[in-house]
Ligand binder design. Sequence first.
Ligand code: AMP
Ligand code: GLY
Length: 416
Amino acid sequence: MKILIIGSGGREHAIARKILNSPKVTEVYCAKGNPGMLSDGIQVVNIAEDDHEGLISYVKEKNIAWTFVGPEIPLLNGIVDDFQAAGLKIFGPNKAAAMIEGSKEFAKKIMVDNAIPTADYEAFTNYEAACAYVKEKGAPIVIKADGLAAGKGVTVAMTLEEALQALKEMMTDHRFGKSGDKVVVEEFLEGQEFSLLAFVRNENVYPMVIAQDHKRAFDEDKGPNTGGMGAYSPVPQIPEEMVDAAVERILKPAASGMMKNDTPFTGILYAGLIATNTGPKVIEFNARFGDPETQVVLPRLTSDLAEIIDDLLNNKEPELTWSNQASVGVVLAAEGYPNDYKKGMSVPEFNDQVTVYFAGVTDDQGTIRASGGRVLLVEAESDSIESAQAKVYEALEEVNTTDYFYRKDIGAKSIK
Ligand code: AMP
Ligand code: GLY
């Protein structure tokens, strides 16, 4: 089989590499991909994610068996609908189902209708009404832009002033454009976060092993929210029963709730959860693999990812098996990220104890240079989180990371 992956980040690098491992797969193309993928034998295709016509023609011309969609934006732009209308196989939710990520209010409605545990909330389009509600509830409280804001449209306000400031920035200063015209004000949930992803086909849910992301830019969860600065899997401090409860009370009702809502979901369903004293509660759903969770979850998959997706596309039962190894992944980011950041640095060469997943890189006459905020992720597996972590940090410490930064505490919450 020849396979096409849509997307260009570290997540897509991990997906492409895993799919290329399959004995059933001869070629993996990635549109647009990035030049860091080439040395793994992944082919990059210079067609934009939003050029559905161009991608469809390419798939037909190359006789590609199916397409896998990495990021949320093409899903919300209806790439799955367009491919299916052209008679092509593609794995991911259609536009209507991707709204579980595209609109916080839609996601909340699915949760409320199906008794899925989540934070209490209220949605507002009127600024004064939102302010009045926040004053009534008090801090801590969470303010979220309703639409997509690249992981940055959330303020966890520890004081009333912070909450009111966030409402002003979103609703009257339009800091996130249209995404902030509607805001969701949410109860603050206390507990550790974990990410539970599953392959989903209609009401059928096939969970993956869990991971923990690190969303804040700096050590000890300080600094601004980012797309994710590192992750690890497993997450031993989250008990097995918590994960089982999340599958039964969250993922399965979400999948069947999407069926009842006439928006059946097929693709990767990602639940961002908080392990509270009263069990797991949802902070968000995504309609895709997480970045950087994918880079630590897929290395632990011992069955064939291409076969899993092929089975799901052909109404067969997929086989999922996992290794007991621990995986730790640390993002190397450009100085300044998530705000304005440095570009053009050369990319370090790492030792062979680690795997590198490239994201924000460009080709400069044969040299790979940094071009994005999250430049790459360094990942290692080992018998324990401590030893996987040691491999990653050793590899990072022995190279020159001037004009870059990375968190030094990825995985630390699991090590007591
Ligand atoms: P989100 O984009 O919804 O995942 O939110 C970004 C981050 O804000 C999450 O990873 C959490 O750390 C935090 N967060 C979101 N919602 C809540 C909540 N209701 N209570 C506590 N923290 C939250
Ligand atoms: N790691 C968070 C996300 O992919 O949304």
